[in-house]
Design a protein. Structure first.
Length: 326
């Protein structure tokens, strides 16, 4: 029996407040409750606009052929001339919940500081809409964003795709999809605590089971919602679970982070390692004592502030380099 990694001291207070002594397993009968909690967190448009510092619009844009429209939230920094860089963001929620208007605070901070347009995509949720519906929606939204770059005041050569948790996995899948099926040349991929591997059997998942706020029960439920009985089998495509990709060459530079005390730690480390082995560029941060999405749950802790600053630094460096490199 391997002992779990201890939490950062400041994070432990936040963890105890939300989880108590035990993480409640995820099940289908809890899904309405989880979605209702997420819906209650959707901010008003005025909050996203930040007193006029952003122009905020909602658009319904074409999906892939035969698919429904895709919802995009577009936050444009006021007074910043185009063409601007863009962050194309995919929200978390385990593939089965979440909303594209939630959790944008840190990204809006960066967008305001660096003069970036933020586009957040709403995708169909599993299990009602299993693979490939989520990645198809995310891909369609990116194609529209790049295709309407002039209208949006966005530089199509300076788009960074980003995502958290399930959104991090979908963002990694998006980078693979663009490489293999076409799309804009991406400046980078920002994968925050990404959910990458449907097999649900890494050492960190076993080590932190029942301890991390996102444990094997929740992770397994999310992948089963997305893939059904195919989960863990031999035929799962990399556009569903990026850890299944056999070739990680030709991808945009990646930023990957995780907590040392989170279930998804090892698959993030493995993905970065395989990018390096394929001759690619990746920056990996493993935050000591961090549980899953600790920076969203406990944003005022020192470790959370350090994590946000590291992402901002990576993004600023890549935007600066994009003005130098062809």
């Amino acid at each position: 029996m391997v002992s779990p990694v201890p939490f950062d001291a400041e994070l432990l207070t936040a963890y105890t407040a939300i989880a108590g002594d035990d993480v409640v397993p995820m099940s289908l009968d809890r899904l309405p409750e989880i979605r209702a909690e997420d819906a209650a967190e959707v901010p008003a448009a005025d909050e996203l606009a930040r007193g006029g510092r952003f122009a905020v619009t909602e658009r319904a844009v074409p999906g892939l052929p035969g698919d429904p429209e895709v919802r995009l939230l577009i936050c444009t920094p006021a007074g910043v001339p185009g063409p601007r860089p863009a962050i194309y963001y995919t929200h978390g929620g385990g593939m089965f919940s979440g909303d594209h208007r939630v959790g944008l605070g840190p990204l809006l901070d960066v967008a305001e500081l660096l003069g970036i347009t933020l586009v957040s995509v709403g995708y169909r949720l599993a299990p009602e809409h299993p693979h490939p519906a989520p990645i198809d929606d995310v891909y369609a939204g990116l194609l529209w964003t790049a295709g309407q770059a002039d209208e949006l005041g966005v530089d199509p050569e300076r788009i960074v795709v980003a995502g958290t948790s399930a959104g991090g996995g979908l963002t990694a899948a998006l980078a693979l999809t663009v490489r293999d099926k076409g799309g804009p040349r991406l400046l980078g991929q920002l994968l925050m605590a990404p959910m990458l591997d449907d097999r649900n059997d890494s050492a960190s998942l076993r080590q932190m089971d029942g301890r991390d706020v996102w444990d094997r029960s929740w992770n397994g439920f999310g992948w089963t919602a997305l893939l059904g009985p195919a989960r863990g089998g031999s035929d799962v495509p990399p556009y569903a679970a990026p850890a299944r990709a056999t070739d990680l060459s030709g991808l945009p530079p990646a930023y990957i982070d995780a907590g040392s005390a989170e279930s998804l730690r090892d698959e993030g480390i493995a993905y970065a390692t395989r990018i390096w082995q394929a001759g690619g560029e990746a920056e990996l941060h493993v935050w000591s004592g961090g549980f899953h999405v600790f920076d969203m749950i406990a944003p005022d802790t020192r470790i959370s502030q350090a994590a946000r600053e590291a992402r901002r630094s990576w993004l600023a460096r890549h935007l600066a380099n994009s003005r130098i490199l062809p």
